[in-house]
Design a binder for this molecule. Structure first.
Ligand code: NDP
Length: 332
């Protein structure tokens, strides 16, 4: 029995379970020369998938209606007629939300369960780790002694950004949505300070207090009012990495924000959008740095692992309620 999850409707506002459809097929999958039969083990759910569910123009094609959704997946090779893979290998790649599927091997990479937990290849050693490392180093250009503020700090990308900031010798301030997350940032990931944006009335003042020397690098995962408050605290020559804007992904109207130009001019500051796939030539450097820091125990990671194929859509929706600490992953 093969189960698949299709995009049934383009979500209007916040995604709902009824935007997804489950199908079941009682078929036998037979591979041809060059192909592999894969069994899905771990599925990554990510905020950026929300953008692909709408048909607005973006840097990546929208998902098609009534077709399987795809995302980062770790799978086991059950059978191989492809010379690059053997049965029993574990692979990572962008694959369909299916319990089993056939692949031609293109875009798949072998992953080693002896070097790291398989799920880590979707997070700290996968797309979100690459995003953290490359966004921070290529656009944030952090310097020892500076102050880094990270929003969405307790998530997959943010928690790694903050730790890299500490490794590079910066003061690191994290913004997240619960006290439990703020405690984790400080106790597990070594952040210097944390701000719970849900209980803080004056974000501008809270950022000023947590970053008394001002903000040199802002790694933005959320956009909206949190990022507006950071703008009031930036230093001259500040760099702002615009990586994500989850606070507005479900908006049905254009968001209202403060006008950024005066802040940029006054401070000779830089604000630049970031897409991880633009930096593919730097993936090997990033993976090497992240793997070394992990092996040296300089880098830790958290995961929220939800079990069951049928829970993939809900796990995705839960990202918008901050139900995850670290990387949200579904285990089959
Ligand atoms: P996370 O693990 O950070 O999960 C999402 C988190 O966002 C939630 O846990 C929640 O935490 C927070 N959140 C949800 N709604 C809001 C809101 N309204 N305001 C503030 N915070 C909110 O996800 P990722 O680490 O995978 O992704 C982080 C960001 O980076 C996303 O915006 C994503 O789209 C972007 N991204 C961009 C990439 C690129 O190449 N540009 C690549 C990968 C990710 P809390 O409890 O703190 O609210």
């Amino acid at each position: 029995m093969i189960q698949t999850i299709l995009l049934k409707h383009r979500p209007k506002g916040r995604p709902k379970l009824s935007d997804f459809e489950f199908t079941k097929e009682d078929v036998e999958l037979n591979i041809k020369d060059g192909e592999l039969l894969l069994e899905t083990l771990y599925v990554s759910v990510d905020p950026y998938l929300r953008g692909r569910m709408s048909d607005a123009k973006s840097y990546i094609e929208p998902f098609e209606l009534n077709q399987p959704i795809h995302s980062g997946i770790i799978a086991k090779v059950l059978e191989s007629k492809n010379e690059n893979f053997n049965s029993g290998d574990f692979v990572s790649g962008r694959l369909d939300w299916k319990t089993k599927q056939i692949s031609d091997g293109k875009g798949l990479h072998k992953v080693d369960p002896n070097k790291a937990d398989l799920s880590a290849y979707l997070g700290v050693l996968g797309m979100t780790g690459l995003t953290a490392y490359l966004g921070l180093t290529q656009i944030g250009k952090p310097k020892h002694g500076e102050t880094l503020v990270v929003s969405g700090a307790a998530g997959a990308v943010g928690s790694v950004v903050g730790q890299i900031g500490k490794i590079l010798g910066l003061r690191v301030v994290g913004i997240a949505g619960t006290d439990e997350k703020i405690n984790m940032l400080k106790s597990k990931f070594g952040f210097d300070a944390g701000i719970n944006y849900n209980t803080t009335k004056d974000m501008k003042a809270a950022i000023k207090e947590a970053a008394p020397n001002g903000v040199d690098v802002y790694f933005d995962n959320v956009g909206g009012p949190i990022s507006d408050a950071v703008l009031f605290n930036i230093n001259r020559f500040a760099r702002m990495v615009i990586c994500g804007a989850i606070s507005v992904y479900n908006n049905t109207e254009l968001p209202k924000s403060v006008s950024v130009q005066p802040f940029l001019i006054k401070n000779s500051a830089l604000m630049q959008g970031f897409i991880v796939s633009n930096f593919e030539n730097k993936f090997p450097e990033a993976i090497e740095a992240l793997s070394n820091w992990l092996a040296e125990d300089k880098l830790a990671y958290s995961e929220t692992i939800v079990e069951g194929f049928e829970r993939i859509p809900q796990a995705f929706i839960d990202l918008f309620d901050g139900k995850n600490m670290g990387k949200m992953v579904v285990k089959l």
